[in-house]
Design a protein around this ligand. Structure first.
Ligand code: DX5
Ligand code: ZN
Length: 223
């Protein structure tokens, strides 16, 4: 049974495992779960859409056995339609794909929904909001990239984050707006003031010795 996204009206901190210890992933996820997070962000990179390679369905299937958190799967891959089913079968709950890789985003959203998952659309820092205007209301989440995808620990791009304001006008209050890249206690009040309610953080959590304290620090920085 797939898990839906948390209902609207809350700010969720979503740890990205990209900066976690990949040799101890289940323990790392259990640690952030103990801080009360509802979602975990799984970054999938294909070495083609982005210049890096991470994990695929087999790793997600193994993690699924160790965690009841909502698996928020961010596909930084050139062919999301080809692999969506494999990710759904592996245990993804939400599947987010990039607008830059397709001319038929509606079809992919329908495909993801037919697989029983919630669907997210995302756009790179240089991609205009107009590109997602039509498809966004059909999605459960819009992810506004606040760094160029591919690597953790990059610097937050405020100009990209500002697109959250326009996205919020398009989707209204009930669709989640996620931000991803450079989110930490300093940038959190900025993105929440723009209207983001779903905050992915990799380095700011898994780069800290005390992950629970790091999550608390981001929550306390919310405006
Ligand atoms: C970047 C990934 C992010 C990454 C964020 O391409 O999509 O999810 O883990 O990392 P930080 O929070 O370190 O910028
Ligand atoms: Zn991501």
């Amino acid at each position: 049974m797939k898990k839906g996204l948390p209902g609207p009206g809350t700010v969720e901190v979503v740890p990205s495992i990209l900066s976690a210890d990949f040799a101890r992933l289940a323990d790392e996820i259990a640690m952030v779960a103990s801080a009360g997070v509802k979602m975990i962000h799984l970054d999938v990179m294909d070495g083609h859409f982005v210049p890096n390679i991470t994990i695929g369905p087999p790793v997600i299937a193994k993690l699924r056995k160790h965690s009841d958190l909502i698996f928020d799967t961010h596909l930084m891959i050139s062919e999301p339609a080809r692999y969506a089913e494999a990710f759904a079968k592996a245990g993804a709950d939400n599947i987010t794909f990039h607008i830059e890789v397709t001319d038929e985003p509606d079809k992919i959203v329908d495909q993801i929904h037919a697989l029983g998952c919630t669907a997210g659309i995302t756009l790179n820092p240089e991609t205009p909001v107009a590109s997602i205007e039509e498809v966004a209301p059909r999605c459960d989440m819009v992810l506004v990239m606040t760094v160029h995808p591919g690597f953790g620990g990059q610097e937050f791009i405020d100009e990209a984050a500002r697109k959250v304001v326009a996205v919020r006008q398009i989707v209204g209050p009930d669709i989640r707006i996620e931000v991803d890249g450079g989110i930490d206690p300093d940038t959190t009040p900025i993105v929440t003031s723009y209207g983001a309610d779903t905050l992915v953080a990799g380095n700011a959590i898994f780069g800290q010795p005390d992950r629970v304290a790091a999550i608390r620090a981001i929550r306390q920085a919310c405006k």
